[in-house]
Design a protein around this ligand. Structure first.
Ligand code: ADP
Ligand code: MG
Ligand code: MG
Length: 890
């Protein structure tokens, strides 16, 4: 039979699947000999079974009895004993941390009798005992019985007003006793029964509530946002209570072993005297910086620093921790490898390499392409010296501006960018946080809900701007009033808040890639870290990264960003602008002579385009795709023309050109243009079109070679489904190339896109006529699923995502099982025919981190993506190589 309950001494950090992150790490700390209160963990499997059955899990109760008895023995107290009660916390903890998403109940075991026992235990500290009891009713009411939290908060507020005080610490034992009475009334009003007095019943109900919290709306939303699987379930930790609310020699705090915003090493955290855990995170009172603890309690402070060093040495990474001090005794309540900003991720990885804690391979696993992409976002340009209206804590970097809104609902409803301004956020604000450009709060530090969630989403956040008074539809700061709808700008790095829209400038990481970094920034830890990790990624990568570029300028930029050539040069863009007229002449040509005239006029223009690009990519391969889209895309729309012609007719005017155009457009109209006359089909139907392009490519290459350059042109035929199509195009192209190239030494490869499922399935035949394949994964996805790309994303993808038919759009990240299978088949069968066949990808997927890992696994030679994604793909190519060789040597 499955084992559902583990004592902390029985677990370890690698059992996250079963014990959740919190439970596994509590076990790890216990086994490291750190001061962790005794307790046990109920497994995620028990939760899964509970949720599946909707009730009670066989065998679980007996195991809880057994472990509770052991806990009672080791503590020398019984749960809820009226004379000398053991109290416990009941804490959720899933495999992946979901900050504030699920539930925790503290002080379980208190009732009308044991509250006196607790007071006696604490040397007659009534205030403490009643404070603990009111917290239990509040948390239990909210979490277990769905009592609206606001009613408890109102009762607390009323008690403070009645007493004329600001802080809850100023309430004395009698006030709190009164408050317990008020809380009990709230509880009974909402539940229809009294607050349960039986400690064991409290425990069981709290455990089940934690199980159920896995499926609470906000947890479901968070999982979807973070792509956490829905079926993992949460573990439940039952932990002997330690008390930070026993007086000024007690307190509770959170800390990071390094700065989670910048990665700098040092002491980072918040501490609150005479408080229980969630007070710090909730930003109820303003916290002290952790460094102040040294003055308050030097012994605990020193012990805490030593433990932080032990944890870093053990986890080889930034850790965040929760601790409580009970009358001068330090207790560790949680640790985990801490979340961090993108900048901190790079900086810390490089620091840990410097410190000899991890090697470069390991460092690559600590950063991601998504984080690099974040660092490439622009930042505020402060050269206009905007004056900040206030400053808070820079909790999640970035530069964001937008209209001020004051509620989650307004943020969701608004169009255009908004900044969500709140006193503090809570999990109910999540939809608004997702919708907003940035988040500004007046309370709470780097560990507040707003800060943690924003960092996780990569969203700009400034918190704890405590000069701000937040009202319902305006906020004031230093006499200034900012109303809903006014525009503000917030800087998540410096914490500064500006009135109006501050202009933005490119990031220093982009400047570094561009090669025009301000020399003063060259030694910035972040730039140095990016340089170190990119260099290592390139040295490890098996996949090369090329770019999609249609102009010399794009090619040049991509080359600075580290592109190894062009994987897709779209020629259709060269048919636009002032060349439209030539293209129209070509399409409308009434006879071969006029068509040839139009082609002859286009040819030198194309040659110049190609020469420009070949020059920029001198020495590197350039894949030029022959014209692909349906030709009517170059003509005016049917509706537009029909109106023009009708209007002209009505006025009795002659418009011969428009009429001719209209009848051509009518003739060329297609029901499914994406499946119609396009790609290779055009080349086979319109004489001279592909020939013109092939000649332009070959001539441009010869011209560059004549200048002493090294062109490496590759001609790519789109939309091929059968080898015969390719053979036909190839025969003509080879003839032209031979004629143009002569003995110039220029070599031109001819290959094809694999984007029609039939091509993937007959790749063994197609490889006979192709020197390379490039997977056009956009069309391949479209045709494999039968999804019209331009229509489906808006029409029904939301529903497919909701139903979990896929976790992410297959246009964003490659569908490994279906489309990916076609890629695998084509790669294997193509190479079986032609060993050494060059294989690449030129769809959007080439720049998607997940997909890059897949293409590495399949053994492709390169991916091609837009210039800006090139660094991201380089990093991911290196990471994929490291991951597939399974580096675990630290
Ligand atoms: P979360 O996952 O939201 O951080 P936790 O389970 O960590 O929730 O608990 C919420 C707060 O209660 C934390 O600050 C934690 O330190 C505190 N806490 C939890 N268990 C105990 C305990 N046994 N004694 C004292 N404080 C506790
Ligand atoms: Mg916690
Ligand atoms: Mg295509």
């Amino acid at each position: 039979m499955a084992k559902f309950v583990y004592d902390f001494a029985e677990g370890n950090k690698d059992l996250k699947d079963l014990l959740g992150g919190k439970g596994a790490n509590l076990a790890e700390m216990t086994n490291l000999g750190l001061p962790v209160p005794a307790g046990f963990t109920i497994t995620t499997e028990a939760c899964q079974r509970y949720l599946a059955a909707g009730t009670h899990v066989d065998g679980l109760d007996a195991e809880i009895d057994e472990h509770l008895a052991a806990l009672e023995r080791s503590m020398g107290r019984r749960l809820g004993d009226p004379a000398d009660p053991l109290l416990v916390s009941v804490r959720s903890g899933a495999k992946f941390s979901m900050p504030g998403m699920m539930e925790t109940v503290l002080n379980v075991g208190l009732n009308d009798e044991s509250v006196d026992g607790l007071s006696r235990q604490a040397g007659g500290n009534d205030r403490f005992a009643w404070d603990s009891y009111r917290r239990l009713i509040q948390m239990f009411g909210k979490t277990v019985c769905d009592v609206p939290g606001s009613e408890f908060e109102e009762a607390l507020h009323a008690a403070k007003v009645a007493k004329g005080v600001k802080d809850d610490v100023q309430l004395d034992a009698d006030d709190l006793k009164g408050l317990v009475g008020a809380y009990k009334k709230v509880f009974a009003k909402h539940t229809g029964h009294d607050f349960p007095q039986d400690p064991r019943q409290q425990l069981d109900l709290a455990i089940e509530a934690v199980f159920r919290s896995w499926n609470a709306d906000r947890a479901v939303l968070y999982r979807r946002q973070e792509r956490i699987p829905a079926d993992l379930g949460t573990a439940v930790n039952v932990v002997a209570m330690v008390f930070g609310n026993l007086g000024p020699d007690s307190g509770t705090g959170v800390a990071f072993t390094r700065d989670p915003a910048t990665g700098e090493s040092g002491i980072y955290g918040d501490y609150l005297q005479n408080a229980q855990g969630e007070d710090v995170v909730a930003g109820i009172r303003n916290t002290l910086p952790l460094a102040d603890l040294e003055k308050i309690d030097k012994k605990s402070y020193d012990e805490l620093l030593a433990i932080m060093a032990t944890l870093e040495g053990h986890y080889h990474d930034l850790c965040d921790i929760e601790f409580t001090i009970e009358r001068g005794k330090l207790w560790m309540l949680q640790t985990r490898v801490g979340k961090r900003t993108a900048a901190a991720a790079f900086t810390i990885a490089a620091q840990l390499v410097d410190e000899g804690m991890i090697d470069l391979d390991e460092a690559l696993t600590r950063v991601s392409g998504a984080q690099l992409a974040q660092l490439m976002f622009p930042r505020f340009d402060l050269s206009g010296d905007p004056t900040a209206i206030t400053r808070g804590v820079g909790a999640s970097p970035g530069a964001a501006y937008g209209k001020v809104v004051f509620s989650s609902a307004e943020a969701v409803a608004a169009d255009g960018p908004v900044i969500l301004v709140r006193r503090e956020t809570n999990p109910d604000d999540l939809p608004g946080m997702i919708a907003a450009q940035g988040i500004l709060t007046s309370r709470g530090g780097k560990t507040s809900h707003a800060a943690v969630v924003a960092r996780g989403m990569g969203k700009t956040c400034v918190c704890g701007a405590d000069e701000i008074e937040v009202g319902r539809d305006q906020f004031t700061v230093g006499g200034q009033v900012v109303r809903a709808g006014d525009v503000i700008s917030i800087d998540g790095t410096t914490g500064r808040v500006y009135l109006g829209e501050v202009p933005v400038r490119p990031s220093e990481v982009v400047q570094y890639f561009e090669g025009d970094l301000d020399p003063a920034l060259a030694n910035e830890p972040l730039v140095a870290a990016v340089h170190l990790l990119m260099t290592h990624a390139d040295s490890r990568a098996a996949l090369k990264v090329r770019t999609n570029a249609d102009t010399g300028a794009d090619a040049a930029r991509a080359r600075r960003f580290g592109a190894h050539g062009i994987g897709l040069c779209r020629t259709e863009h060269m048919f636009l602008g002032d060349r439209r007229e030539l293209v129209e002449r070509l399409i409308l040509a009434p006879n071969p002579a006029e068509r040839n005239d139009a082609l002859a006029a286009l040819q030198p223009l194309q040659r110049a385009d190609f020469l420009d690009i070949f020059r920029e990519m001198n020495g590197l391969p350039v894949t030029v795709r022959l014209i692909d889209p349906p030709l009517h895309e170059f003509l005016p729309s049917l509706e537009e023309l029909a109106v023009q012609v009708a209007v002209a007719k009505a006025r009795g005017e002659e418009n011969e050109r428009d009429e001719r155009m209209l009848s051509a457009v009518r003739r060329m109209h297609e029901q499914n243009p994406m499946l119609g006359l396009r790609g290779v089909r055009l080349g086979l139907v319109i004489p001279g079109l592909f020939a013109m392009q092939v000649r332009a490519i070959a001539e441009a290459a010869v011209a560059l070679a004549a200048e002493g350059g090294h062109p490496k042109p590759e001609i790519m035929v789109p939309l091929v489904g059968a080898v015969q199509e390719l053979e036909t195009v190839r025969a003509e192209a080879e003839r032209i190339i031979a004629e143009v190239v002569g003995d110039s030494g220029v070599e031109v490869l001819i290959g094809t896109m694999i984007e029609v499922p039939r091509a993937a399935l007959t790749a063994g035949q197609i490889a006979e006529a192709a020197e390379f394949f490039s997977f056009g994964t956009n069309d391949l996805t479209q045709m494999a699923w039968g999804f019209s790309r331009d229509d489906v994303e808006g029409a029904f993808f939301w529903r497919y995502l909701e139903l979990g038919i896929f976790g992410i759009s297959p246009f964003e990240s490659i569908d490994r099982d279906g489309v990916g299978r076609l890629v695998r088949i084509a790669a294997a069968e193509g190479r079986a025919t032609r060993p050494g066949l060059k294989l690449g990808v030129c769809g959007e997927h080439g720049g998607d981190p997940e997909s890059v890992h897949f293409f590495h696994e399949v053994g492709l030679d390169y991916v091609s993506c837009s210039p800006f994604r090139v660094p991201v793909a380089r990093l991911e190519a290196g990471r994929a190589a490291v991951e597939s060789t399974g580096s675990d040597h630290r």
